[in-house]
Design a protein around this ligand. Structure first.
Ligand SMILES: Nc1ncnc2c1ncn2[C@@H]1O[C@H](COP(=O)(O)OP(=O)(O)OP(=O)(O)O)[C@@H](O)[C@H]1O
Length: 231
């Protein structure tokens, strides 16, 4: 099954003389690990926002899990995202006034489907969060403390546990390793891949760091607009 299918996708931001994104064709199979590399300004965030349904499609075709995004309203895409996409942000986006557990269980409050999946597999949302955090090496003693008291590496693993809870079909990761040191990057990449494979989730991972491509089954590079402008 195809998880993500793109045909002739073009996105031009207002005031720009040429398109930020121009992707003729891209197919990502369900369960694959896919790396998108691109320099700063090449349109990585724009593409991820389109894939997650945050931005509407201007031109071309995009199907995510067989759903045609062009025919869906903003509200339909928001629900689809909550149910089917776990998102890991560059700056983690953990809520500072919530505990580790409260952060991790959030997606199950936003999506009945993810809540159901968590309960079916682990008996309760809390048990699902416990399992996720433990398997990502977060000590139990930290489960009920504020996320602000965690190290950067721990915060990123909590962000991963939050993205994975309730088994979303797709995990999108936007530069999630940029704040980590070398050893933490290796550990984080291996663990993230293993966890995605455990829940049969498709991993779409974006970074400016092309050395990370080695961790993935397939990859693509977005052309640098700066280079094009200079040619
Ligand atoms: N909301 C917006 N309004 C107008 N232009 C935008 C907007 N967001 C992005 N752009 C433009 O689109 C281009 C690509 O930006 P984007 O953030 O997608 O790139 P990126 O590859 O994620 O960059 P970085 O690695 O620096 O985060 C840039 O020229 C940027 O100015």
């Amino acid at each position: 099954m195809t998880a993500i299918s793109i045909e002739s996708l073009i996105h031009t931001w207002p005031g720009q003389s040429h398109a930020t994104l121009d992707i003729k064709e891209l197919n990502i199979n369900a369960g694959d690990t896919f790396f998108i590399h691109g320099a700063s300004g090449s349109g990585k965030s724009t593409l991820l926002n389109i894939l997650a349904g945050v931005l509407s499609i201007q031109s071309g075709k995009l199907e995510v899990l067989g759903q045609n995004f062009a025919t869906m309203s903003h509200a339909q895409r928001d629900k689809f995202r909550a149910d089917n996409i776990g998102y890991i942000f560059q700056q983690f986006n953990l809520l500072p006034y919530l505990t580790v557990m409260e952060n991790v269980t959030l997606p199950c409050h936003a999506s009945k489907q993810r809540e159901r999946n968590a309960i079916e597999q682990y008996g309760s949302v809390e048990e699902a969060a416990h399992y996720g955090l433990t398997s990502l090496n977060i000590p139990k003693a930290l489960f009920h403390t504020s996320v602000m008291r965690l190290s950067v590496g721990q915060q990123q693993r909590v962000a991963a546990a939050r993205a994975l809870i309730g088994n979303p079909s797709i995990i999108i990761a936007d530069e999630p390793t940029s704040a980590l040191d070398h050893d933490n990057i290796q550990n984080f990449m291996e663990t993230l891949k293993q966890k995605c494979s455990e829940i049969n989730s498709t991993l779409v991972f974006v970074s400016h760091d092309r050395t990370l491509a080695e961790f993935f089954g397939q990859s693509m590079t977005l052309p640098s607009r700066l280079q094009e402008a200079e040619q």
